[in-house]
Design a protein around this ligand. Structure first.
Ligand code: FES
Length: 106
C-alpha cells in the first residue's frame, strides 16, 4: 500500500517500472527507494540473521542502522532504505549465498 500522492513529493508516480525481489516482480516509481517499493508491496522481511535465522527488516529507514541490507545485482550489503530502485535490478535478501557457504563448511 502506498500513501496518497503529496504535492512536492520526490517520487514520480506516472512512470512505474519493475525490479525483481526473489521470485517476485515489484513495482516501483522513479525516486522511490528499494525499501519503499518493497514495503508498498507488503514485504517487510529483508533478510535473516546468520546464526539464529531471525527476520530483519526496516528499523531506522534513514541509512543509519544497517538492518535493511540486501544484495543488489550481485553487490552485497546495500541499504535498501537509501538505495534508489531502478528498472530491471535484481534484489535478493542479504546473506543467502554466505549462509549456504557457511552451512556447507560445517
Ligand atoms: S533501515 Fe536502517 S539503514 Fe536501512
Amino acid at each position: 500500500m502506498r500513501l496518497e500522492e503529496l504535492r512536492g513529493e520526490r517520487v514520480t508516480r506516472s512512470d512505474g517500472f519493475t525490479f525483481r525481489w526473489d521470485e517476485q516482480e515489484i513495482t516501483a516509481y522513479p525516486g522511490e527507494t528499494i525499501l519503499g517499493a518493497l514495503i508498498a508491496s507488503d514485504i517487510h522481511t529483508l533478510r535473516s540473521t546468520r546464526f539464529e535465522h531471525e527476520p530483519r527488516g526496516m528499523l531506522c529507514a534513514i541509512g543509519v542502522c544497517y538492518e535493511c541490507l540486501v544484495n543488489v545485482d550481485g553487490k552485497p550489503n546495500r541499504r535498501a532504505c537509501v538505495t534508489p530502485a531502478a528498472p530491471g535490478m535484481i534484489v535478493r535478501p542479504e546473506g543467502q549465498d554466505e549462509e549456504m557457504r557457511y552451512d556447507a563448511a560445517e
